[in-house]
Write a protein that binds this ligand. Structure first.
Ligand SMILES: Nc1ncnc2c1ncn2[C@@H]1O[C@H](COP(=O)(O)OP(=O)(O)OP(=O)(O)O)[C@@H](O)[C@H]1O
Length: 219
């Protein structure tokens, strides 16, 4: 369980997160809604331990980030442009990332690539990847190694319909496995369909948190 407790953050005199209090539970998909600049990415960055609160705290299963935990374990993250190495293939990029994990299994790389529809035998370097292929690789990196918490900021950007279908299957599988999935997406209809709970963000505040009505990916 990921708990954000009275978190405030000011950047360059602008309050980008304002008394955020929310708990994200495993086995649920949360959709973050809000206009451009409302603070969705900041909230994700805070949850991922990429920025730290001025006040308040973020904790995972009762352990406070920056105090009891230096970084979130078992968290998969896709926020903005993932840093992959241009001169490596998609597969070798994932192998490198996987080698940093203590619980890594070599087969996780191939499984993640296949789940997003990338060919594990593709010898093209990352710099030759199309935008959609780069996005697929970013999703593969996030889901590799069965994370408990999955943070996906604008995950379907640049994806074609087949990529979006695969993505929908992935988030449903991750949820069914018991992961918490937090997503932003500017396609409101899709976000509502995917989500169990819609979290509305306005000016750095959470203004509502509602069970999504009639959501169902199979429909
Ligand atoms: N590095 C930064 N320094 C200062 N302010 C920033 C920085 N990055 C973002 N902000 C500000 O923080 C606020 C929240 O931005 P954020 O990226 O979280 O919005 P968002 O809801 O994700 O928007 P979008 O829908 O466009 O992705 C905005 O006012 C933005 O200008």
């Amino acid at each position: 369980m990921l708990c954000i407790n009275h978190v405030n953050k000011t950047l360059k005199d602008r309050k980008v997160l304002n008394d955020i209090c929310v708990t994200f539970e495993r086995g649920k998909i949360y959709g973050l809604r809000g206009i451009n600049g409302s603070g969705k990415t900041m909230l994700m960055r805070m949850a991922a331990g990429l920025i730290f609160p001025d006040s308040g705290s973020v904790s995972i299963d009762g352990k406070q980030l920056g105090k009891d935990l230096s970084f979130p374990e078992k968290m998969g993250v896709l926020i903005e442009n993932p840093a992959f190495l241009n001169a490596y293939t998609g597969r070798s990029n994932l192998e490198l990332l996987n080698s940093l994990s203590e619980e890594a299994h070599p087969e996780d790389v191939e499984t993640a690539l296949l789940r997003v529809g990338l060919d594990p035998e593709d010898r093209r370097k990352y710099r030759k990847y199309s935008l959609g292929m780069k996005q697929r690789l970013g999703i593969a990196a996030a889901i590799m190694g069965q994370p408990d918490l999955l943070l996906l900021d604008e995950p379907i950007n640049a994806l074609d319909e087949e990529g979006i279908d695969l993505f929908e299957q992935i988030i449903q599988q991750e949820k069914d496995r018991g992961a918490m999935v937090l997503i932003t997406c500017h396609d409101d209809e899709r976000l509502r369909r995917w989500s169990d709970v819609i979290v509305e963000v306005v000016d750095g505040r959470i203004v509502s948190l509602k069970e999504a009505v009639g959501h169902n990916i199979e429909n």
